[in-house]
Design a protein around this ligand. Structure first.
Ligand code: ITT
Length: 198
């Protein structure tokens, strides 16, 4: 596969994680290329990743610079909320909420749910398109639970609330390298790179 890959994402947290994760596979993350805003209205993660990847591919073709690229669609699935917020994780509680408010909204939704019933998983779907238009997929999940209060300042999004299984610290209390050891994103990327190198 190409040793450089472009990412279709507006999320700086994801971009930072991918730069480090890709380097472990000997792949460079290409610079951020703005692409027209995508309405992520697919029913599932892979469908939304495909919409973002297609938008960036179109932009690269329009510029006359086709290249291998990929997109990430991910989310937090909470068992006590029947899998919500899931594919709607970025919009949970309303599009205009700042992240501290969104996390507070989630904690409020779980206020009656005791620790042992706060099980959850992070899920990540990746879709890549190479220069020739071939598509590749990779999926990854990490099981854990939702903390009673938020803790930590590292990472992004729901990280201060997520306790990976077997850990006493949230993802936001870990270094990037520690999170990468068990993250849904690291697992999905491993599967994607394997599929592309097969
Ligand atoms: P792009 O679509 O532009 O990539 P986004 O933030 O909208 O950025 P998603 O549509 O995939 O991304 O939404 C997934 C949300 O789930 C995202 O906003 C995060 O807040 C959350 N999420 C996904 N992975 C996470 C992680 O590793 N840590 C914390 N939160 C995560």
């Amino acid at each position: 596969m190409s040793e450089r890959i472009f990412l279709a994402s507006t999320n700086e947290g994801k971009r930072a994680e991918f730069a480090a994760l890709l380097a472990e596979h000997g792949i460079e993350l290409g610079p951020s290329i703005p692409y027209p805003e995508v309405e992520e209205d697919a029913d599932d993660y892979l469908g939304n990743a495909a919409l973002k990847a297609a938008a960036l591919r179109e932009e690269l073709l329009r510029r006359g610079t086709p290249a291998t690229l990929f997109a990430d669609d991910s989310g937090l699935e909470i068992d006590a909320l029947a899998g919500a917020p899931g594919v709607r994780s970025a919009r949970y509680g309303g599009l205009d909420l700042a992240w501290p408010q969104r996390r507070a909204h989630l904690l409020a939704a779980l206020s009656d749910v005791p620790g042992r019933r706060r099980t959850a998983r992070f899920f990540c779907a990746l879709l890549a398109i190479d220069e020739g238009g071939r598509r590749f997929e990779g999926f990854g999940a990490t099981r854990g639970s939702i903390a009673l209060v938020e803790r930590g300042t590292a990472g992004f999004g729901y990280d201060p609330l997520f306790l990976p299984e077997g850990e006493t610290r949230t993802f936001a209390e870990m270094s990037a390298a520690e999170k990468a050891r068990s993250s849904h994103r690291a697992r999905a990327l491993r599967a994607l790179v394997e599929a592309m190198r097969r």
